[in-house]
Design a binder for this molecule. Structure first.
Ligand code: F3S
Length: 401
């Protein structure tokens, strides 16, 4: 790779052992992807977790004296405050989250603990070169904001934050960002859940960068989040295009770089209904809880739940995972307390993929509007019935049946 004098000095240890280690990792990654150079990043998001390997890596960087050149935001782990106050936290789990927090604080991270940083805490601009990990975030940043990021791991994103550089390959290069698969959507995209179902069509869409055609002209932020998130459950996607939404793609032709698509796929009403039926067929009853907020709920989604629950009471617990920012807003406007009276609890800083706090749900059945939630909770043997938000709440009011 062609390195600048500063980058060479960094590799040689002039800026400390920690930066040298991070630079070595990034140049190795760059060489494996045939990157020609390292380019500066101005924003980073790290998909932190309070799990063994991540703690080991972050602490290793701290021991080597690393400090971030670009302060990254971080993914959720779990809220010690919430779970400890309810006696739901083992001493080991508390210690792990504390070690995580201590390590990232020493590295100079911004401890936001949210998986939707692009909405409030860390918002890139169009064309900005960033290093985001967290698959639901990277696809949103590329596809909706028009900033550039590869699908970083927690480790490579942290190295980018420490050095201020990232290898230039993949999604950082304009030529790689065009759509190669035309996806005609011939289905009624009536609600947010329809976008989650569309995202779960990865097997039919196949590999590549899809451009979605025939979608309603004004999908909401929440629908775009749902689409991108679930595409990375059913497949592996760095980016999608929606003409008129994706920056630089005003038309289908522009989205595909004025080249014919390699593949054309049609997603039909039957496809989406078939998936709804598959989910319904795998439902188990009674459900004992509802888990919403994977990815973290926006304030609008919280308001929607509040509106639905207006004169109702959930008989089984309903948890909404969200950011501190949204909780602060909900508290100050009385929504947090209103929901609590309805047996709906908002929780900050927390990811569903954290068995130390959610392990007690093992063997139980819950409800969620997110296939991603179902995917991760299966890893600790919790079964999730996937359905629309409204259906989840209906069941919660009826006691999970
Ligand atoms: Fe967010 Fe964790 Fe789901 S990071 S997207 S709540 S798996």
């Amino acid at each position: 790779m062609l390195l600048t004098d500063t980058q060479r000095d960094m590799l040689d240890g002039k800026y400390g052992k920690g930066k040298a280690m991070a630079a070595r990792i990034l140049t190795a990654v760059g060489e494996s992807f045939r990157a020609v150079r390292l380019v500066p990043v101005t924003r980073v998001h790290v998909s932190l977790s309070a799990q063994g390997a991540d703690i080991w890596f972050a602490e290793k960087m701290v021991q080597a004296g690393a400090v971030c050149a670009v302060a990254p935001t971080v993914n959720p782990g779990y809220s010690v405050c919430y779970f400890k106050s309810r006696s739901m936290l083992s001493p080991d789990a508390e210690e792990n989250m504390k070690r995580t927090e201590d390590a990232y604080r020493s590295l100079g991270a911004s401890l936001t603990y949210s998986c939707t940083p692009y909405l409030n805490e860390n918002i890139p601009i169009r064309g900005e070169i960033t290093a985001f990990s967290e698959t639901s975030a990277t696809i949103f940043v590329n596809s909706v904001i028009g900033a550039k990021t590869n699908r970083e791991s927690a480790a490579t994103a942290l190295c980018a934050a420490i050095t201020g550089f990232t290898p230039e390959y993949g999604m950082l290069l304009d030529d790689n960002r065009f759509a190669d698969t035309a996806v005609y959507v011939e289905a009624d995209m009536r609600d947010d859940f329809s976008y989650s179902l569309l995202g779960m069509m990865g097997k039919k869409i196949g590999k590549g960068i899809p451009v979605f055609l025939n979608l309603p002209v004004d999908p909401t932020t929440e629908q775009l989040i749902a689409l991108g998130t679930q595409l990375n459950v059913s497949g592996s996607y760095e980016m999608f295009h929606i003409p008129g939404i994706t920056p630089g793609s005003p038309t289908p032709e522009a989205a595909s770089g004025y080249k014919p698509p390699r593949h054309t796929v049609t997603i039909t009403q039957q496809d989406l209904d078939g998936l709804r039926e598959d989910y319904a067929a795998s439902n188990k009853t009674p459900a004992e809880f509802v888990m919403l907020g994977c990815p973290h709920y926006t304030y609008e989604q919280v308001l929607k739940v509040n509106e639905f629950m207006k004169s109702r009471l959930a008989v089984i617990p309903v948890w909404i995972l969200t950011s501190r920012h949204v909780i602060t807003l909900a508290r100050s406007l009385g929504v947090y307390d209103e929901l609590k009276r309805k047996n709906v609890q908002m929780i900050a800083d927390t990811c569903i993929d954290e068995s130390p706090v959610w392990g007690f749900l093992s063997g139980k059945t819950g409800l969620s509007d997110s296939p991603k939630c179902a995917y991760y909770m299966a890893s600790f043997q919790a079964h999730i019935n996937v359905m629309s938000t409204e259906c989840c709440l209906e069941h919660a009011v009826k006691g999970g049946t």
